[in-house]
Design a protein around this ligand. Structure first.
Ligand code: 5SP
Ligand code: CO
Length: 233
């Protein structure tokens, strides 16, 4: 299954409601929260996520690139937010945080930067609904895909198979028509795309093209399908 989650990092923040409407055929929307500490860039925080949740029916996938998610991540477990992703490198107790998020009805996801191994994540794979493998250094859109991250996906997909669990594997960074099939072959099933969607005149056409590149059928989470969420446990 190929799920496309456009990142609004490449959208027009002044016309965000319009740009959210343009991706209505996507499977979710990816919101990059950056604090200028964990990453060298600053975007937006909870008020913006709350407002977006009011105007879109798409499942929201919050990617927290912030220090101390143990303290802040639970704030994002609000209505309309399907999953909250925190970084392994910034978290004191990833298992405890994932359990707290799940207890609040939000899917829990852990992200790893390119330099971080996935051994610990693999060890505790049952605790997470999704693992985000960064295929660029987090902080900015429009960077080049790092194919060297594919073994991490293969490791986690094999581990999930061994455990008999269904964990979503997301990739984020440099996803295009050319790189999506590479990540899909390695085991990814949720694809974040910022510039590949919003860097073009017709985002809906780009979503369809990305799905086709992954060999996936159009599985658009039409408005009204949102409660099912974009990630299956
Ligand atoms: O988390 C991030 C960047 O840190 C992303 O979600 C970017 O928004 C992806 O942008 P593209 O590489 O697809 O342009
Ligand atoms: Co992201």
């Amino acid at each position: 299954m190929v799920r496309i989650h456009p990142s609004i990092l490449s959208a027009d923040f002044v016309n965000l409601e319009r740009d959210l409407a343009r991706i209505a055929t996507a499977d979710g929307v990816h919101l990059d929260v950056m604090d200028a500490h964990f990453v060298p860039n600053l975007t937006f925080g909870l008020p913006m996520v709350q407002r977006i949740a009011e105007v879109t029916d798409l499942p929201i996938d919050v990617h927290l690139m912030i220090d101390d998610p143990d303290t802040w991540a639970l704030q994002y477990a609000i209505g309309g937010v399907d999953s909250v992703t925190f970084h392994a490198e910034a978290t004191r107790d990833a298992v405890a945080l994932a359990r707290e998020l799940r207890a609040r009805g939000t899917r829990a996801a852990i992200a790893v930067k390119p330099g971080t191994e996935v051994d610990l994540v693999a060890e505790h794979l049952r605790e997470f609904d999704m693992v985000l493998i960064m295929t660029v250094e987090p902080g900015f859109g429009g960077q080049s895909f790092m194919p060297g991250m594919m073994p991490k996906l293969e490791t986690l997909r094999a581990r999930a198979r061994d455990l008999g669990i269904d964990v979503a594997l997301q990739v984020d960074g440099g996803i295009t028509d050319d790189t999506l099939p590479i990540a899909a072959a390695a085991g990814a099933d949720v694809f974040v795309a910022g510039s590949a969607v919003y860097g073009h005149a017709d985002p809906a056409e780009r979503i369809a093209a990305l799905r086709a590149a992954g060999g996936g059928e159009a599985v658009a989470a039409a408005a009204g399908d949102a409660p099912a969420g974009s990630l299956e446990r």
